[in-house]
Unconditional design. Structure first.
Length: 271
């Protein structure tokens, strides 16, 4: 039986943390796949570790940004507790530019952050999910109070993200930079430091998820064809869309639609 629940963080953390989550599966599939969505996550495994394909065993980890799916291998039951950050949120809690973590799933003990290591150990020993989430609230509130990050950059990037979500099919990096009063070079540097992705790569993931959502409506209420949806979202043709879907998720569009089980999924990156 699969159990899964979520909780919002303290209201002071909501601009930075989308949710906390907990899951338990006594008999999970041997391999589970996650797909990047432009947001980072922190995971702590309670009881038994898992293996991140190509990276090794993990008891606790921070998932850096990526443009490619990640397979997770388990041996026996899984219990996981974690935090799902907003696109800009993780930067405030980790003392490094997030682009340094691109393509990596880093064990928390390897971050050389004693506070983070201590929190992970307490979560592994906590009595229930609520106790785990309370530990996260306490840790992240303390980090927020200590943060010396530039709030002007944070507000600028919030505006940039809002602009980008409205112009996924015809977006120009220079236009976004101008919208937030930065040169294109400055904007790209600040954006990658805060999100872990270049603006171009973030737009690519945004387009992928928007297109996937619209493709799921085909055969329900939508009268549009796959090709029309591809064009409207900035793909040159269906071949371009299919190639991008394979690189990000590992599956062509039709197969992805068959196996995708995240309709209404609050996390949004599981298959």
């Amino acid at each position: 039986m699969v159990q899964f629940s979520t909780r919002l963080p303290d209201t002071r953390l909501l601009p930075y943390i989308k949710m906390y989550f907990w899951g338990k599966d006594e008999n999970p599939p041997k391999v589970q796949r996650i797909v990047p969505n432009g947001e980072m996550g922190l995971c702590v495994y309670r009881g038994t570790p898992v293996i991140y394909d190509g990276e090794g065993e993990r008891w606790s980890c921070l998932s850096g940004q990526s443009l490619r799916y990640q397979d997770i291998v388990s041996h026996g039951k899984i219990e996981i507790v974690g935090a799902h950050f907003t696109t800009l949120g993780a930067r405030l809690f980790f003392r490094l530019a997030l682009h340094e973590l691109f393509g990596q799933t880093v064990e928390l003990t390897d971050l050389r952050d004693q506070g983070m290591k201590d929190m992970a150990e307490r979560i592994q020993e906590a009595i229930d999910p609520q106790a785990c989430w309370n530990l996260m609230d306490k840790f992240f509130l303390e980090r927020l109070a200590e943060s010396a990050e530039n709030q002007l950059d944070f507000r600028r990037l919030q505006r940039a993200l809002a602009y980008g979500q409205q112009h996924t099919s015809d977006m120009r990096i220079g236009e976004i930079a101008s919208e937030v009063c930065l040169s294109e070079r400055q904007f790209c540097r600040v954006f990658s430091d805060w999100t872990g992705l270049s603006p171009k790569d973030y737009i690519r993931l945004l387009r992928y998820h928007k297109t996937l959502h619209e493709l799921k409506q085909v055969g329900r209420s939508s009268q549009k064809s796959f090709l029309e949806i591809a064009w409207e979202n900035g793909y040159y043709d269906y071949s371009h869309l299919s190639s991008d879907f394979r690189k990000i998720s590992g599956y062509p569009p039709h197969r992805l639609l068959e196996i995708s089980a995240n309709d209404g999924d609050e996390v949004g990156w599981r298959l």
